[in-house]
Design a protein around this ligand. Structure first.
Ligand code: AOF
Ligand code: ZN
Length: 354
């Protein structure tokens, strides 16, 4: 006989199998238990596909355990949904199958659900318990939860600095600071987030592609702050190989009325912001409206510092390379709580959370 906690742990483990294929949906797992044993298991496998509860119910039926449903507790990592989305409501399914008790880790912050799933269950006389291993569930779907509760993408700041704390040489000249294994890691991270953001100066001096090359993965949306639209079209960000949004003061235009120099480039979208102290908020609100759940901020210092100062970040991933530069552009100061560190060859990575 296992405890509620152990079953929820199993549900969280199942949820994890959805990583990489369910976004922007959350990873969700479900375990059905009757008579002290697991009669069915499931997880949300891919975006647009059946939810965790549906897979678990089907699994139990396939194993011939349908008759046990009136004795069953469902352990679900997220509040069962109440809406007709790409699939019918999971809460209705559990009611229909006469499940007697439902234990959830987290409430669903999606306004389409937001408590209605639990109400639907309770109204049908099902015993509902919330918050079991809630912290683990929060961590698992931290992008999803941040997006809906803070109405902005989950923000990860990432940079590499020299052993003596410089992010670039004097004059902003880029110098390779981290090793090739760190680069590979960064490319993996790029594939894990919806968007990647850089400023004008970095775009001009590094001419970055902002894509995923050294690891399998999906390219993120490129987000570039180019207030006066002064970046030359010869830069890689204009190569139309992946969606790119340019935040600027000048115009919000979309094809086919793009300015002449961008006219062949339909992957570039323009989004207007107004000059002011809240420019980052404006950018983040627009990204939220575009349903971008997470953003990796890759620099440069001015942008990174602006995010740090405004308290607009959720994670910092800092790489310290072995060499000393002696002078140059100071790296931003880290904040928050140190949550881990890792040596990758001669690079030291430290991870912070707010
Ligand atoms: C559940 N079980 O396994 C998941 C849920 O577009 P849809 O129909 O797939 O709905 C997506 C929303 O449903 C998602 O934003 C979240 O609120 C909820 N996800 N709910 O009961 C699941 N993945
Ligand atoms: Zn559902």
């Amino acid at each position: 006989m296992n405890t509620d906690e152990e079953y929820m742990q199993r549900a969280l483990q199942l949820a994890e199998y959805g990583r990489g294929s369910v976004s922007p949906n959350p990873m969700v797992g479900c375990v059905l238990v009757a008579d002290g044993r697991i009669i069915g298991e499931g997880w949300h496998r891919n975006y647009g596909g059946p939810h965790a509860e549906v897979h678990a119910v089907r699994d139990a039926i396939a194993r011939g355990h349908e008759a046990l449903f009136p004795l069953t507790t469902a352990y679900v990592t997220l509040e069962p949904c109440s809406h007709y989305g790409k699939t019918p409501p999971c809460a209705a399914l559990l009611v229909h199958q006469k499940i007697t008790r439902v234990v959830v880790a987290n409430d669903d912050p999606n306004p389409l659900v937001a408590g209605r799933g639990l109400t639907l269950l309770r109204d049908a006389g099902i015993q509902v318990e919330r918050g079991l291993l809630a912290e683990m569930g929060q961590k698992l779907n931290r992008r999803f939860f941040t997006f809906f509760t803070k109405k902005r993408p989950y923000i990860i700041l990432k940079w590499a600095e020299s052993a003596d704390g410089f992010i670039a040489a004097a004059g902003g000249k880029p110098v390779p600071i981290s090793n090739k294994y760190s680069t590979q890691l960064v490319h993996r991270w790029r594939g894990e987030e919806d968007a990647i953001l850089v400023g004008r100066q970095t775009t001009l001096s590094d001419n970055p592609s902002l894509n995923v090359r050294h690891w399998p993965g999906t390219n993120p949306v490129r987000v570039v702050l180019d207030r006066r639209l002064s970046l030359p079209q010869s830069l890689r960000i204009f190569d139309a190989s992946q969606p790119t949004i340019l935040y600027n003061y000048l115009k919000r235009t979309d094809p086919p009325t793009l300015p002449e120099r961008y006219s062949n480039n339909f992957e570039v979208a323009f989004s207007q912001i107004k000059p002011g102290n809240d420019e980052l908020d404006q950018v983040l609100s627009d990204l939220y409206a575009r349903k971008i759940q997470s953003v990796l901020v890759e620099g440069g210092t001015t942008i990174l510092e602006a995010f740090v100062k405004a308290g607009l970040w959720d994670e910092i991933r800092r790489c310290q390379g072995p060499m000393r530069l002696g002078s140059g552009v100071k790296a931003p100061a880290v904040g928050g709580t140190l949550v881990g560190s890792e040596n990758i060859d001669d690079d030291l990575w430290t991870f912070y959370q707010r």
